[in-house]
Design a protein around this ligand. Structure first.
Ligand SMILES: Nc1ncnc2c1ncn2[C@@H]1O[C@H](COP(=O)(O)O)[C@@H](OP(=O)(O)O)[C@H]1O
Ligand SMILES: [Mg+2]
Ligand SMILES: [Mg+2]
Ligand SMILES: [Mg+2]
Length: 383
């Protein structure tokens, strides 16, 4: 099976931004959620502001990335000055915007390597980057953050989360490998309340505003940069990162697997491509997989680009909550379903890890029973 890998330029096919919204509002799902009252309004506004500013920082770094901006973590995965800078910005903005709330943040990065002698220079660069970014907002006019302030902001992310109280969940750059390639990545921020995801924001600086993954669209519009936001009971919205009005989005309404296309990780090390391909074939999916990095997959799915996301990590890998919390609510509030391979909803209340059966599957409500059957059969055959 072939694959399509999207880059920042792949959006250059659809002319009119409104077509995104027109094509994605064709779902038959009743829009009852639109009238429901919201209890996380303030938090959602703060999350959108934090993710937008962090996206600005990441865009600046991605444009001028050099070798010394990238380091290797103890598990050999990459981390960049933008991962650290984004985490510091989000942490700082949330605390500033919500001063009356107790602050708990479960986030991917920590400051251990930056506190070492060898980390000194990179810390100075991150500190400058964070201050330059905060200045662009205009509302944080107090004195610039010191390197120590930046370390403290990063280390606010050490919370263990869990089933009680409120916890922010942050992936400052999801898809660091995509970020390094110049491809897709996301700033993913969610809020847990008593173990449930109640809001989520995905900043996707390289995701085209026009639909991706379809083969029959022609346009010269290559505008990129999407901000998805979702609040429990209130639906999912998308706007451009540079500030268009938000518009409601909905997952694909297709009931026919032959018409459905599916997303998976670009990185084969992150998900078993062969297994996805077996499942897709069994289901009757005709189109080749769309391989993109990060939770941009959840964002694209929430507006109806493609209908299925399959993720089957290699044996022994434990999924982290920040890799899925924001994406999951963005899709479910747009009318989709997110489950593990056994059909159970993801449980974000267990701390920093997700304990789940085999993999993560995402689609609309109509296709989920068929998809689960194909997953079960394919897993049985593989065993
Ligand atoms: N062996 C593995 N299997 C599954 N996921 C992995 C993995 N190694 C890293 N990851 C996770 O995959 C995420 C990226 O997902 P995707 O493949 O959809 O782009 C990474 O997020 P980070 O880039 O934030 O570290 C990381 O948490
Ligand atoms: Mg990482
Ligand atoms: Mg991640
Ligand atoms: Mg990350």
């Amino acid at each position: 099976m072939g694959s399509i890998s999207t880059t920042a330029s792949v959006g250059s096919r659809i002319n009119c931004l409104t077509r995104v919204f027109l094509s994605s509002s064709s779902s038959s799902k009743p829009k009852t959620f639109a009238s429901m009252s919201s209890s996380y309004h303030k938090e959602l506004a703060a999350a959108k502001k934090a993710a937008s500013l962090a996206a600005r920082l990441c865009q600046k770094v991605q444009k001028a990335l050099v070798q010394s901006d990238v380091q290797s973590k103890s598990d050999k995965s990459p981390v960049t000055i933008a991962d650290y800078g984004s985490q510091a910005v989000v942490s700082f903005v949330l605390e500033k915007e919500l001063p009356s709330e107790s602050f708990s943040l479960v986030a991917e990065e920590d400051s251990v390597d930056l506190r070492k002698e060898e980390g000194h220079e990179i810390l100075q660069r991150i500190t400058k980057l964070v201050n330059d970014t905060l200045v662009t907002d205009g509302t944080y006019s107090a004195s610039p953050l010191s390197a120590e302030d930046v370390l403290a902001a990063i280390d606010s992310g050490k919370s263990e989360g869990g089933p009680h109280g409120r916890h922010w969940v942050l992936d400052p750059i999801d898809g660091t490998k995509g970020f390094l390639r110049g491809d897709q990545y996301a700033i993913a921020l969610a809020l847990l309340d008593e173990g449930k995801v109640v809001l989520g924001v995905l900043g996707c600086p390289n995701l085209p505003l026009a639909p991706i993954g379809s083969h029959d669209q022609h346009s010269s519009n290559d505008k990129v940069g999407c901000l998805f936001s979702a609040e429990v009971g209130a639906g999912t919205e998308m706007q451009s990162l540079d500030g268009s009005l938000p518009v409601k989005v909905h997952v694909s309404a297709t009931e026919n697997p032959e018409e459905a296309s599916f997303f998976e990780s670009f990185e084969a090390a992150h998900s078993l491509h062969d297994l996805s391909s077996t499942i897709a074939k069994k289901l009757g999916v005709k189109a080749p997989p769309v391989r993109i990095d990060s939770q941009a997959k959840y964002g694209a799915l929430s507006r109806g680009d493609g209908a299925i996301y399959l993720r089957f990590p290699h044996k022994g890998y434990r999924e982290k909550i920040w890799d899925h919390a924001a994406g999951a609510i963005v899709v479910t509030e747009a009318g989709g379903v997110v489950s593990d391979a056994a059909g159970n909803p993801l449980d974000f209340s267990k701390g920093r890890y997700l304990d789940l059966d085999t993999g993560i599957i995402v689609t609309n409500q109509k296709l989920m029973p068929l998809l689960l059957k194909a997953v079960r059969e394919s897993l049985d055959e593989k065993a």
